[in-house]
Design a protein around this ligand. Structure first.
Ligand code: SF4
Length: 352
């Protein structure tokens, strides 16, 4: 039922004239490319700008050596100064704990390297494949399950994309393409439009799904160039955002979501359950409410993938189940994300 009504909204919205689109905000930060280029990539600068006690710096330097710090200004502006407990800061501040070795926490927790039949293509589930459309992100999330991913081996050149596209063309069971990364929107619209054009020429493809954090961390990324190629494709469009806390959604993020909705994109969100960030019923309730206000439906709540360097974010399954049970007493069913774990080799995500 929900799918049908969203599809109707898509069709109606596509008919709207471009002039009706919500204008791209002219923030003082300027175009997204400049914001991407000027993201903070130095742990000292991060601690200084956020007025953190210098005692955090040695640990931040150690964590940074394992997975570099990266925080764009638009995201930084939502973090409280001088508060090491800020839930947004905890997602981006490197810590000494990242150097701990923990049993079961590994470099490739989802065995993705075992499911890459072509360069830049991951095929885990029936009917859909994931393309590594960009090797970089606008923000480096400390808990990321791809923090050790060999992007250098999975960044196809244009010629290698032909081989990847041939794989999709030859498998008529594939109906959906997931653009991922890195963050697929960290790459240029020229490249994305080139790829979208080739994908839509494959007759058995129906949907284009984009997994991205850019509309959240640099909302100006949702600009006219992006909306143009995304409006032009015949494929149904789904954008899956990644928001973990209601404070990540300010008015600029709401406006970016609205621009996507204006061209008929279906907006969903997936979160990761993270110790110290969103591991309370109140926080998860507020997140779902805020997402819906922005026109986004909660989709998945993932338990942490056991990636080396992120064990300090882990919430045990029993506690996760209790949280979700309580959450169900607070929210209407359509605002309840599904609690899942990804188990390598399974044919789908596993509900907990
Ligand atoms: S934006 Fe996504 S892919 Fe990039 S570091 Fe964060 S969680 Fe990982």
């Amino acid at each position: 039922m929900i799918t049908r009504s969203l599809a109707n909204v898509q069709t109606d919205s596509r008919r709207r004239d471009d002039a009706e689109r919500i204008p791209v905000s002219s923030t003082p930060q300027g175009r997204w490319q400049a914001q991407l280029a000027s993201a903070i990539r130095d742990p000292y600068e991060l601690c200084r700008r956020l007025e953190l006690d210098p005692a955090w710096l040695p640990g931040a330097r150690t964590g940074h050596e394992l997975f570099e710090v990266r925080v764009p200004e638009a995201y930084l502006s939502r973090i409280r100064r001088g508060d090491p407990e800020d839930p947004l800061l905890r997602q981006v501040l490197p810590l000494l704990a990242e150097s701990d070795t923990m049993q079961g926490f590994v470099q490739d927790p989802l065995d993705e390297t075992g499911h890459t039949p072509r360069r830049g293509l991951i095929h885990k589930y029936h009917g859909r494949v994931l393309l590594i459309a960009s090797p970089t992100c606008a923000i480096n999330c400390r808990y990321c399950f791809r923090r050790h991913f060999p992007y250098h081996e999975n960044s196809p050149s244009r010629a290698q994309w032909d081989d990847t596209l041939a794989y999709i063309r030859d498998d008529t069971s594939i109906g959906e393409i997931i653009l991922s990364g890195g963050d697929p929107l960290a790459t240029s619209d020229r490249q994305l439009a080139w790829l979208a054009e080739r994908l839509e020429a494959i007759p058995h493809l129906k949907r284009l799904r984009i997994h991205t954090r850019l509309p959240v961390v640099i909302p100006d990324r949702i600009d006219t160039e992006l909306l143009d190629w995304l409006s032009a494709t015949r494929l149904q469009r789904v954008v899956v955002l990644h928001v973990n806390h209601a404070s990540e959604i300010d008015d600029t993020v709401v406006a970016a979501c609205q621009r996507l909705r204006e061209i008929g994109v279906t907006l969903l969100n997936q979160s990761v359950l993270l110790r110290g960030v969103n591991d309370s019923v109140e926080t998860l309730t507020e997140l779902s409410e805020r997402l819906f206000e922005a026109g986004v439906l909660p989709y998945y709540l993932h338990v942490l993938d056991p990636v080396a360097g992120a064990a300090h974010f882990d919430v045990p399954d029993a506690e996760a189940r209790d949280l979700v049970k309580s959450l169900r007493t607070r929210l209407p069913g359509f605002l309840m994300p599904t609690l899942v774990r990804e188990i390598p080799g399974e044919a789908s995500k596993t509900p907990l």
